[in-house]
Structure formats: structure tokens, C-alpha cells
Design a binder for this molecule. Sequence first.
Ligand SMILES: Cc1cc2nc3c(=O)[nH]c(=O)nc-3n(C[C@H](O)[C@H](O)[C@H](O)COP(=O)(O)OP(=O)(O)OC[C@H]3O[C@@H](n4cnc5c(N)ncnc54)[C@H](O)[C@@H]3O)c2cc1C
Length: 497
Amino acid sequence: MAQAAQYDVIVVGGGNAALTAALSARQHGASVLVLEKAPQHWRGGNTYFTGGGFRFAFDGMDEIRQLIPDLSDAEAQSIDVGSYPQAQFYSDLMRVTEGLADQELVQVLVGQSFPTMLWMREQGMRWVLLFGRQAFKVGNKFRFWGGLVVEAVGAGKGLADRLYELAESRGVSIRYEAKALRLLVQEDGRVAGVAARGPQGYQEIAGKAVVLACGGFEANPEWRTRYLGADWELAKVRGTPFNTGDGIRMALDIGAAPYGHWSCCHAVAWDLNAPPYGDRKITDLFQKHSYPFGLIVNLHGQRFVDEGADLRNYTYARYGREILKQPGRAAFQLFDSKVTGLLRDEYRIPQATRVQADTIEELADRLGIDREGLVQTVQQYNAAVQPGEFNPTKLDGVRTDGIQPPKSNWALRLDSPPYQGFAVTCGITFTFGGLRIAPSAQVQDTEGKPMPGLYAAGELVGGLFYYNYPGGSGLMSGAVFGRIAGRSAAEEARQQT
Ligand SMILES: Cc1cc2nc3c(=O)[nH]c(=O)nc-3n(C[C@H](O)[C@H](O)[C@H](O)COP(=O)(O)OP(=O)(O)OC[C@H]3O[C@@H](n4cnc5c(N)ncnc54)[C@H](O)[C@@H]3O)c2cc1C
């Protein structure tokens, strides 16, 4: 058993939260080691699979231009980004989490969101506007909606690759295929390093502080079944196979407090024929997020959710759960020719499980849906649609009347062939249960005391998301708390020298 060189800060994990923690710790003078369980060609965790969209509070185009200074005046004038005040971000997060999110942590997330975006830019990250997915052309302007306007250049792949480039250029040491197994604890209770297994075998690595940023337990079928419940072992995993709850377990083993919504997770509509784990080339394109403009039915042809309950950003993360409950864990998104032009890029990939038909009967047959059930559902739905002015950039109030479930916005009749149908199932993104941290990102123990030497950031932090999640908050939370964790860990390490 080797005793390796001492680092100030050891970061466990290799995604957005880990690398922002590493950059921040380096900026504050620490020597830093990153342990990434995946091999180099699989590095980057779920971060690699993302669309790279970050949700942050901002005050109009001037602040967006601080993040994207190369935006020309002409471009800026052709865009309406609106603004997203802190109070709005805060209330969106509290609303979708049914008021359960930890208010103190949410305040940190919201208040530090824009400063962290600026800090990432100063570190060398580059941003672009999220035209394709979060804006529709209204009149002569692209109008952004739903509090999400910016993505990393190159989306998740670009984000992950750039973070590695930056970390390497700042002298962060990175080990691949290095799986952290347990935390080393001194007699006085201080976390003093990590035991890890790598290509060279088992090693105990001393560090003055440790940041856990190694994801939730979404890729662990046994934990999914244990905490999320029956059938969750059958869900497809949208991203990395390496997030198996290791960091959560290591911390719980030494007395950390479990926190947050352990029986819930972020899960979406995901192509029925997608592979069991993420595909590094397709990344997030197996998702199917344009359902607010169509209908969702099950194998019996029955609707089971309000497709237009809210803007897509505030419903997509909970509808995967509803799909898992349907027969065969399958659902079908149906659109007619009035809206196919609004469908996101992911509907056009050759790998999509898609059929086209000229009649509802043919659509049912080709998708394997009960024909009579679907015809009846569509007839009842079409008859229930109320008049109104359709507008995809806001809650337009164009709704149904007299059917259950209702469709509360964007309720256009499904009556203009050709029809398109997409077969989906449940894809799990990440789990909501995790560790309890203070605003300094220090992990708390079951007695509510800070655990010396131990910090956490990213998916494995509990208490931020309950039942649901506003799109783009995962990366932002990882970056905000990653940055804080890196700084706090570096400060604690300095105090020990
Ligand atoms: C398809 C998809 C699309 C998404 N799109 C978005 C989006 O556009 N915007 C957004 O905000 N969020 C998005 N998310 C959610 C987002 O991925 C997460 O919120 C965020 O990336 C989590 O970052 P993280 O650093 O906590 O975890 P990850 O990026 O998953 O990193 C965890 C890392 O820990 C490593 N690890 C695990 N166990 C160990 C161990 N024992 N030892 C060492 N290393 C270990 C893993 O290999 C991995 O590198 C998306 C997720 C998916 C799957």
C-alpha cells in the first residue's frame, strides 16, 4: 500500500462540478488532484452529455453581452432575451419544487449564478446564445423564453473538453480510471484524503481537504430500485454509466447527513430504442422535448399528462416518471403538420424512432397503439380545443375544456396530416437525494455539524430539487457550488500549513 504525495485539495469526480472546484481551488493557491473514475475517452461524466445550457439570473442584454462580448450590435438588435431577475429564478425554483427546496442553498445558487458565469468566462469558458432550443422567431425578432438563454460553446462536449483544457493548463493533476473507494479520516475526525483504485492498484492519497463531486446514483440499478422504487432498474440512463452513488456512500459511511428527495429524480422522455446508457456521439439527442405542441398517449391510446401544463423547461424533468408508469414503459408523442416546423433538432436525427402517417388509424397501427383508443382520444381532444392565439414563446392559454387530463396551453387540434409519431420511454438524468451542505459547500454530519476537510458540489448535493427541476439548473448548481467548494477547500488547506 503506497502513501502518495500530499495534495492540498483532492477532487473526486471529473464533470462540471469537479472541474470548476479544481479551477477554483487552484485559483486560491492550492495544489489539486482530480480523480476521475472513467477512462480518459469517457471522461466528463453527465456533463459531457448535456446541451451545455446554464440557467442564471440576468438583467437584460447588457449582462448577456458581458458573457458574449463578440455579439455584434446588429445581432443584439435582432434578439429579445428579456431579463431573468433573481426573484424570478428563485420563485421558479421554489414553485417547481413545491416549496421544498432548501431556501438558503437556493439563495446561494440564484445570487451566485451570474457572478459564477462571469467567473467561468474569466477562467476561459466561452458562451453562445441558445438559439435552436430556447428561441422562436416572432415578427422580425428571435424571442427567448423560459429563463434559459446561454449554452457553452460546443454544448456538453465543448464544456467538458474546455474545462479539462483549462484545468490542465493551470497545473491541476488529473488521474483517469481512478476510482475513489473511501475517505481517509484522522483520529480527530478530519477528512485527510482518499483511498482509490487505479491502473496501478490500491492507493491511499493524502489531501488536506476533499471535494466530492462524483455525481448521483442514477447509473446504479440497485440503488435506483432501493430508493426510487419498483421498475426504476428498467429505466434507461441518459448519460454516464459511472455515477453509481460512490461519493454519497463514502460520505454517509463516515457520518454525513442524507438530505433531499431521495425517492425522486430527474427523468425525461427518451427514445424508446436508445441504448441502456448514454451514447457519446448522440449525447442528449435521444430526448424528445417538443411535446407541448402535440399529444402524448400510451399504448392504449390514452393521454396521461397535461402536455401544456407549463413551459417545457418546467415539465420535462418530471414527465419521464409518468412514462415509466405506463404499460410497457412506453409513450408516443404525436404531432401534425401545423407544428412539425417547431420541433427541436432532436426530432430530426436518423436514430429517432419515428413514423409518419396520413390518418390517425394508420398512425396508431404503425406505432403499435390501440387503434380505437387513439381515434377516440383524438376525437375527444379535438372537440375540446378552445379558440385562442397560439404563441410558442409564452403560456398562451390556448386550452381544452372538459377533458381529463386537460391541455392547458398550446392546444391545437390534431387534424392536419401528415402526422408524425415518436416512440419514447423513461430516461433517467440524475437523482435528487444526496448530501447536506452548508452555503460554504462544507458537508454536514447527521448532528448538523460541519465535517472538517469535506466539501461537496454537483449532482450529489441534496436539498435543491424536489419532484421537479427548472431546466439548466444542474450545470449552474455544479458550477456555483463547485466554485465555492474549491475556494473553501483551498482556504481550509491553507489553514493547516
Ligand atoms: C443527456 C443529459 C443532458 C443534460 N443537459 C443539461 C443541460 O443542458 N443543462 C444542465 O444544467 N444540466 C443538464 N443535464 C444535467 C447535468 O448533466 C448535471 O446536472 C451535471 O452535469 C452534473 O455535473 P456533476 O459534475 O455533478 O456530475 P457529472 O458531470 O456526472 O460528473 C461526475 C463524475 O464523477 C465521476 N465519478 C463517479 N464515481 C466516482 C468515483 N468513485 N471516483 C472518481 N470519480 C467518480 C464520473 O466518472 C463523472 O466524471 C443533463 C444531463 C444529461 C444526462
